[in-house]
Design a protein around this ligand. Structure first.
Ligand code: ZN
Ligand code: ZN
Length: 344
């Protein structure tokens, strides 16, 4: 905070409050000062906050948490308070200004994101457990993928099996996209039935202690053309190029470029229509970004996805995504599902 010129932080997003104080309730405000932090929440969460945010002084109030913070003088003497500019709504920002008229509210920029991007061993173990569960779900899915089942059938199996194998929930709504729909990187599962010759993109993840996995595999229902088998090989090789470029100190831009250059050389540069990857943690997408215009630099302890893809509109798409932990001299994989194109 001192480095950012801040003498307080108003932390209001559930993910950041959970990260800093352990509290998982939906209504909270964490005020961080150089001398310590105070958590404000409402009476519904009195007991839960006591268990989860042990050691953090708590204020339980009905009504506005911001007003309560002012009445208790929690920003007394503060001149520059940081807030989460990507999380705070305009309405809440106005309420913050009204509650603390003498305080300059400033964007906390990358302060919280940079902290959360570097995971400790316990956080990495939670993501690794989520990754193991998603790998197990993928193995379960293979015998269920055949002509006649719908995308939603498979999405339901993913949701059910994640829970059954011990996840808290889904990290995001699973993507199951078959045939021409697999050309849509973020297609939602539909009632469309799989037909022979389809490629199916399955992209899913679950959470363990709040931390998410993110796994994508592409499978073929029956034989697919040699063109698609070639595209699959290119995507897989591009991911391998990226993996070899990951290490502490590498730029997000350079790792993206490692995959993108290979895909470009093979003639599909314009069909790789998204970033290579993103950080993974309490949020399904967080810093650092692996993308052509990223300004992020990888640090040991980051957990990132590597997910190149090639999409031919109306025809189909291939994406392969794995999660890795960044180390000083490379990276360690967290997801381990096989990467040969399964022909089902
Ligand atoms: Zn994904
Ligand atoms: Zn992803």
């Amino acid at each position: 905070m001192a480095g950012h010129g801040l003498d307080a932080m108003l932390v209001s997003s559930p993910a950041a409050i959970r990260y800093l104080a352990g509290f998982t309730g939906s209504n909270g405000l964490l005020i961080v000062r150089p001398g310590g932090a105070v958590l404000l929440t409402d009476p519904r969460y009195r007991a839960q906050a006591g268990i989860e945010a042990r050691g953090v002084p708590r204020v339980i109030v009905s009504g506005s948490l911001l007003d309560a913070a002012r009445e208790r003088g929690l920003l007394e003497g503060c001149r520059n308070a940081g807030f989460e500019d990507e999380e705070v709504s305009w309405r809440r920002h106005v309420a913050m200004r009204r509650a603390f008229p003498g305080v300059r509210l400033r964007s906390a920029g990358t302060l919280l994101g940079d902290l959360a991007a570097v995971k400790d061993d316990g956080e990495i173990e939670a993501i690794a457990e989520a990754a193991r569960i998603s790998d197990r779900v993928f193995t379960d899915l293979l015998p269920l993928i055949r002509a006649g089942v719908t995308e939603l059938d498979l999405a339901s199996e993913i949701v059910f099996r994640h829970r059954r194998y011990g996840a808290d929930g889904d990290a995001f709504e699973p993507i199951v996209a078959a045939g021409g729909r697999s050309a849509l990187p973020h297609a939602r599962a539909s009632r469309a039935k799989l037909v022979r010759g389809d490629l199916v993109v399955l992209d899913f993840g679950c959470t363990v202690r709040g931390y998410g996995s993110d796994l994508t595999r592409t499978v073929a229902v029956g034989r697919v053309s040699s063109r698609w088998r070639n595209i699959y090989r290119i995507v897989r090789n591009a991911q391998e190029e990226a993996r070899a470029a990951v290490r502490s100190g590498a730029s997000g831009r350079a790792v993206d470029a490692a995959a993108r250059q290979l895909i470009r050389r093979e003639g599909y540069g314009r069909q790789f229509i998204h970033a290579l990857g993103h950080g993974l943690g309490l949020r399904p997408h967080e810093p650092p970004r692996l993308a052509p215009r990223s300004v992020d630099v990888l640090a040991a302890g980051n957990v990132v996805t590597l997910e190149p893809g090639i999409y031919l509109p109306d025809s189909g798409g291939v994406r392969i995504e794995d999660d890795v932990v960044v180390r000083d001299d490379g990276c360690d994989p967290l997801t381990a599902s096989p990467k040969e194109l399964p022909i089902l």
